[in-house]
Ligand binder design. Structure first.
Ligand code: NI
Length: 138
C-alpha cells in the first residue's frame, strides 16, 4: 500500500455542514473516508469515459413470459461471451426473472451490450454498475 498523505481543504461552512450530514447519514467513520469514496467514484467514471478495460455488473429484471425474450437474452450473451464472465439467474416469482451478469472488457463494448439487453421488449428494468480495482486489468 502506498503512503498516506494529508491535505487541507478550504470549504464554505454551509457546504461542509451538508457534507457532514451526508457523512453521518451514510455511516462513514470520518470525512476522510467519505472523501476517498467520492474520489474513487470519480476515477471510475473517468476510466469508463476513457474506454479503458473495466469491470461491472449488469442487472436485468424481466418478464419470463415475454415472447422469445429468454432466447434473445441468451443469444446476446453468447455473442458477447468475451465480455460476460458469469451469469446468475433467479426465478423471482411466477412471472419475473432477475439476472445479473459479471462483465469485463472495454467500457464502450460493455455499455453497448447493456443497451442491447435493456432495450429488449419485456425487460422491465436494467442497470449497469461499473466498478474498478483502481489498477490496470489484464
Ligand atoms: Ni427465471
Amino acid at each position: 500500500m502506498s503512503e498516506i498523505k494529508r491535505f487541507g481543504v478550504s470549504i464554505d461552512e454551509n457546504l461542509l455542514e451538508e457534507f457532514d450530514e451526508l457523512v453521518e447519514g451514510k455511516g462513514y467513520g470520518s470525512r476522510s473516508e467519505a472523501i476517498r469514496d467520492l474520489i474513487r467514484e470519480e476515477l471510475i467514471k473517468k476510466e469508463w469515459s476513457e474506454d479503458e478495460e473495466v469491470v461491472g455488473v449488469i442487472t436485468l429484471l424481466y418478464d419470463h413470459h415475454a415472447h422469445g425474450l429468454s432466447d434473445k437474452l441468451t443469444e446476446l450473451q453468447h455473442d458477447s461471451y468475451h465480455l460476460v464472465i458469469s451469469t446468475t439467474h433467479v426465478h423471482l416469482d411466477h412471472d419475473n426473472c432477475l439476472e445479473f451478469m459479471a462483465v469485463k472488457g472495454k467500457g464502450s463494448e460493455v455499455k453497448d451490450l447493456t443497451y442491447k439487453l435493456t432495450s429488449l421488449k419485456g425487460v422491465k428494468h436494467g442497470k449497469l454498475t461499473g466498478t474498478s480495482t483502481g489498477e490496470e486489468l489484464d
